[in-house]
Structures are given as structure tokens and as C-alpha cells.
Design a protein around this ligand. Structure first.
Ligand code: ADP
Length: 316
């Protein structure tokens, strides 16, 4: 896809902060119009710095990027008109009502009055806050505030909505609800969503993801393709005789990496579902339980970096 048509295009994008921290070390990205694109990585990996450069809030120290067809360095005003932001520190005002918050934002963007009133009602409806239109925002839950921020980010009909850790600090139910609204927003508006998260499970909601670690992209693709690239399922079993079963797994099934752990025995196989009947028929030791797990995005991160995402956060 050419830079003209891509919703977001970055080539060798870099940022070294004064003082010498190389936060982003040559990032390439191509995000298609209408995609939900997840940017994942542990804390300190360079996600916020990358998104700040794409939104013209930080100046790249190398490379180039275009958002909605406009260059972030040469034409930042055009980029700003074409994007909406849902950021941690751009919070809504608790002493204003939901509608007043949106009206204030509309004035900031110089949107015409008549269009604004209809737009506010439409956006509040879109994020499920129509019935709280005139409530003070300080009475809202964390999830409702975040949804109001999404409504505000969409008010000036941007082409790309950037969301930096949109579900951070929300309880699981509010996170699920927020995702339902984001999917709805995407269906209703022809918009590209670009979001950062360090919750790997949330990446399942994205069409494609890129994983960043230490300022560099370590892998990119659809969640399914990234998991398929690992190529193995994990089979966990409990048996009446783990020692004999372990020997059988290694010798009879050729699973050299079969391991005994506190939760029983486990091994990696290419197709777990097909392996289970063969295992039952040929293990020669009574089986008590078998579980098959498909690779997770945690496994993808581990595979690409040699560390779990939590270990990566712990060393920072
Ligand atoms: P993430 O969003 O993935 O947590 P950041 O982009 O915030 O990562 O940070 C990447 C690296 O850049 C970290 O080492 C962080 O400490 C550093 N960093 C972030 N902002 C600044 C800043 N304003 N000045 C200097 N270093 C910074």
C-alpha cells in the first residue's frame, strides 16, 4: 500500500529524548484505512512515544510518518484535523455535563453550531451515554468517562482515532463494554482505530497487531497468524503414573521436550486436538485428565523476545 492511501505510514521512525534515551529505534508501520490496529508491548517499550509522534505531540528525531495522508513533521495542522485522541492525560471535565464537555471540544475545533448539537447527540448515543447527556461527569464511572472521551475524539469526524491504553485501570466488565462500543464505532463510522495496550488478551479485538519491544517492532500480523506461526499447541496431562507416562511421551511419541511440572506433565505438539485420541490409545498408562491450549499472544511475545511480557516489565 502506498503512503497516499495508508491511514498511517511510518518509515524508520525514531525518537531519542534529550539526555540520550533512544525510546523508538526505527519503526515501520503501514495501517490500512478502516483497520483496528493494536500496538502492543511492555511498559517502557516505546508505545506512547510512537503514538505521540504520529499525533504530532512529539517531534521525530529520525525517519518519517504520514497520518491520513499528511506528513507529521511538514504538515502537523493537517494531521491534527484528521485525527481524534483518547489519551490518559486528556481527561474530561468533571464539573461539566457530558454534553457540555463535547460542546467545549466542538468550539475548540471551530465546528458549526447547528451541526454540533446533532453531532453531540449522535456521539453520546453511539457510546451508550444518551440518557446521561445532562449529568455531571464527576458522577460517571471510569468506563463511562472513557466512553465520553471516545465520543469527544470522534466529534470532528476524524479519519483516524488514536487511543493510548484506553482500558487501563478499568475493571473487566467495563473493559468488555468499552470494546463493544469501539466495535460499534468502527461499524458506524468509516474510521481507522490505532490503539496501544499492554493487555495481550485485548489484541484479540484487533485486525492486526504489531509488538514493540525496546523501541523496535519485533513482529507484526493478524493475531491468528502470529499465533499460528508459533506452530504448536500445549498438551497438559495427569496420569496414574507420571514417571512411566513421561518416558512413554519421550520414547513412544518422540516428544523430547515433554516435561514434568507441578501441574502434571506437558508437551508441545503441532495439533493438540488430533494428538489427544492417539495419546489415549497408545500411552499405556491410565490418563486422569488431558487439556489442550492453543498458543496465546503471551507465547508470541515469549517466542519473539525470549521473555514473557511481565518479565519484560519487571526489568524496566
Ligand atoms: P511505553 O508507552 O511503551 O510504556 P514510552 O514511549 O512511554 O513507552 O517510553 C519509552 C522509553 O522512553 C522509556 O525508557 C521511557 O523512560 C523513556 N521516555 C518516555 N518519555 C520520556 C521523556 N519525556 N524524556 C525522556 N525519556 C522518556
Amino acid at each position: 500500500m502506498t503512503g497516499e492511501r495508508a491511514a498511517i505510514l511510518a518509515r524508520d521512525l525514531r525518537k531519542t529524548y534529550p539526555g540520550g534515551v533512544a525510546a523508538v529505534r526505527g519503526v515501520d508501520l503501514t495501517v490500512r484505512p478502516g483497520e483496528t490496529f493494536g500496538f502492543l508491548g511492555p511498559n517502557g517499550a516505546g508505545k506512547s512515544t510512537t503514538i505521540a509522534m504520529l499525533c504530532t505531540l512529539a517531534r521525530p528525531t529520525g525517519g518519517r510518518a504520514r497520518v491520513g495522508g499528511a506528513d507529521v513533521t511538514a504538515d502537523p495542522h493537517a494531521v491534527r484535523r484528521r485525527i481524534g485522541l483518547v489519551f490518559q492525560d486528556l481527561t474530561v471535565d468533571g464539573d461539566l455535563t457530558a454534553a457540555e464537555n463535547l460542546r467545549f471540544h466542538a468550539e475548540l475545533y471551530g465546528l458549526p453550531r447547528r451541526a454540533t448539537r446533532a453531532g453531540i447527540d449522535r456521539m453520546l448515543d453511539l457510546v451508550g451515554l444518551a440518557d446521561r447527556r445532562d449529568s455531571l461527569v464527576r458522577t460517571f464511572s471510569g468506563g463511562m468517562k472513557r466512553r465520553l472521551e471516545i465520543a469527544r475524539g470522534l466529534l470532528h469526524t476524524p479519519r483516524v482515532l488514536f487511543l493510548d491504553e484506553p482500558t487501563l485501570g478499568l475493571d473487566p466488565q467495563s473493559r468488555a463494554q468499552l470494546w463493544a462500543h469501539l466495535h460499534h464505532v468502527r461499524r458506524e463510522h468509516d474510521i481507522t482505530l490505532f490503539l496501544t495496550t499492554h493487555y495481550l488478551d485485548e489484541a484479540e479485538h484487533c485486525d492486526r497487531i504489531a509488538i514493540i519491544d525496546d523501541g523496535r517492532i519485533v513482529t507484526e500480523g493478524t493475531p491468528a497468524a502470529l499465533k499460528a506461526a508459533i506452530g504448536t499447541d500445549r498438551v497438559q496431562l495427569r496420569t496414574a503414573d507420571d514417571r512411566a507416562a513421561l518416558a512413554a511421551l519421550r520414547e513412544r511419541f518422540g516428544l523430547d521436550d515433554a516435561t514434568a511440572g507441578p501441574d502434571g506433565l506437558w508437551a508441545r505438539v503441532p495439533d493438540g486436538a488430533a494428538f489427544v485420541p492417539v495419546l489415549c490409545a497408545n500411552l499405556g498408562v491410565p490418563l486422569l485428565s488431558v487439556a489442550v491450549t492453543r498458543p496465546s499472544l503471551d507465547d508470541v511475545f515469549l517466542h519473539c523476545t525470549g521473555r514473557t511480557i511481565r518479565d519484560a516489565e519487571a526489568v524496566r
